[in-house]
Each structure stands twice: as C-alpha cells, then as structure tokens.
Write a protein that binds this ligand. Structure first.
Ligand SMILES: [Zn+2]
Length: 131
C-alpha cells in the first residue's frame, strides 16, 4: 500500500515514481493530508484510526506486503504542525522525520512481518529515501 499526501502538485510525481518502480496496478493508494504526518500527528488524531483500519482491511483483501510512505516538501500539513514557528526547510524536515519515526514504530509493533519504506519528495521532484 502507498500512503501519500493530497497535494495536487505531487500526484503526477508519485504516480510516475511508482510506475518507474514497476508497481503499476500493484498498489492500493491511501491519500490523506500530510501522508505520515496525517496519520501520526496528535493534531490530526481523528484520522489515525481510519488509516490503520483501512490498512488492516487492505492486508486481508489485497495481501499487502509493504507500506510505502511518500511525504513531500512544502506540505500544508507540516505547516499546520509547525504552528507559529518560522516555517523553514529544517523545521519541516524535523516534522517529516518525526512522523516517519512514529509511523515506523507503530507499524513494526503491529506488523512484524511486513515492510515499510519512507520517502520525501523535494520541490525539484527528487525523491529521497529515509531509513
Ligand atoms: Zn502535503
């Protein structure tokens, strides 16, 4: 399953990236503001359960083996989390990294046998993997 953000600018980038990875027709897509931010940040706590329930259902129906998380730079959800602090690339990176850490922690506890990968797309369309 792929977890990505709702931002229109990044839809073609995500789509092309997954095609390049030869995943066309092989993934389910769950799209929500902030991607891993939306499903881990306390600010969006009403969304968390929906994601995990949906993921559980996907595993049962579609034999999901892996969760691919794709966040992106200049994300509106990151701006909301950042609140009144100055929004710069360093603060934003911290927010993405923290959400990757959180989602991995929850994921590994729930799904020991499945894999998770986390990525961040920059504004120049580069996609960086985070371990
Ligand atoms: Zn976003």
């Amino acid at each position: 399953m792929v977890l990505s953000c709702i931002d229109p600018r990044f839809q073609p980038i995500v789509f092309n990236y997954l095609n390049k990875k030869k995943l066309k027709g092989k993934y389910s897509l769950f799209t929500i503001a902030g991607a891993s931010i939306g499903v881990t940040a306390p600010k969006f706590k009403n969304w968390h359960k929906t994601f995990w329930d949906n993921f559980e259902t996907s595993i049962k129906i579609h034999n999901i083996q892996k969760l691919i998380v794709i966040n992106h730079r200049d994300c509106g959800a990151a701006k909301i989390i950042n609140e009144k602090k100055k929004f710069n690339s360093l603060n934003e990176l911290k927010i993405h990294k923290s959400s990757f850490k959180k989602i991995k922690k929850i994921f590994k506890k729930k799904y020991r046998k499945l894999k998770i990968e986390t990525y961040l797309i920059s504004l120049n369309k580069k996609i960086e993997k985070f371990n």
